[in-house]
Design a protein around this ligand. Structure first.
Ligand SMILES: [Zn+2]
Length: 251
């Protein structure tokens, strides 16, 4: 069994080589509902949030991107908590900042033809497509994944190699499912079913799993997968891979 590494005395910033003087929240606090946005009697979802050491320069540098990602994820989640966040917080924020966040998201809405597959049968249907700035969201998730890797290493190691972000929730631009969906689905299932097996150490981490949790999977010393789950149903898989680019993770 791995020995648990203790944080060094004065950890460095999760983004750069400066000595950390502050802590940054991972993911950003805007993902977590405040008390005022919730009906009375709800738990405190901002209790004991995950933080990483940070210099002042890198503390919360992407707040606009974080907000954008938080809104898009809340819109696309089916959980009650995400809907509450949307109604009590984000709709107001979207209206208040007219011309900014709201316009950016909804101005792209258009009618679209999509297909779904059921029992091998392709079913076309009409829908409303909103184009999101996926790269922007992936950037936020990549930053979270790198920060979580740093946390997992006891603030000893930063991931400097490639980090590929995948989500099963978003369509491709052509409204078809991505070709690697099948593989992603299998990995997703491996995480869900693998939780039962202690040897895999896929324990959920995060004090407020209704809002966010992650699982850290070490394939070998050079390959890791971090599964991040927002609002219980919105999953991203972050593939941290050294060397060659093919996906050949072994559970
Ligand atoms: Zn820094």
């Amino acid at each position: 069994m791995d020995k648990i590494m203790k944080p060094s005395e004065t950890p460095k910033c999760y983004c750069c080589e400066q000595i950390a003087t502050t802590k940054d929240h991972v993911p950003a606090q805007c993902f977590f509902p405040e008390e005022k946005h919730l009906p009375s009697g709800c738990p405190d979802y901002r209790n004991n949030l995950i933080t990483v050491p940070s210099c002042s320069e890198h503390n919360n540098p992407r707040s606009r991107d974080d907000e954008y990602a938080a809104v898009v994820i809340a819109i696309n989640s089916k959980s009650d908590l995400a809907l509450t966040m949307l109604k009590s917080k984000w709709v107001r924020a979207l209206l208040r900042r007219e011309g900014s966040l709201g316009k950016k998201i909804f101005s792209t809405a258009r009618g679209a033809k999509a297909i779904s597959r059921k029992n091998g049968i392709v079913i076309p249907y009409e829908t409303l497509a909103v184009s999101y700035q996926i790269e922007r969201i992936e950037c936020v998730i990549e930053s979270i994944a790198r920060a979580l890797y740093y946390r997992e290493s006891g603030y000893q190691k930063k991931w400097v190699d490639s980090c590929i972000i995948k989500s099963l929730k978003f369509f491709n631009r052509d409204m078809g499912y991505a070709q690697d969906d099948c593989t992603l689905n299998q990995i997703e299932q491996a995480f869900i079913h693998g939780e039962k097996y202690q040897g895999l150490e896929l324990v959920r981490k995060g004090s407020n799993p209704d809002v966010f949790y992650y699982q850290f999977f070490k394939s070998d010393d050079r390959n890791f997968i971090i599964r991040t789950v927002f609002y219980s149903d919105f999953t991203f898989l972050a593939f941290l891979k050294s060397g060659e680019t093919t996906l050949n993770f072994v559970f």
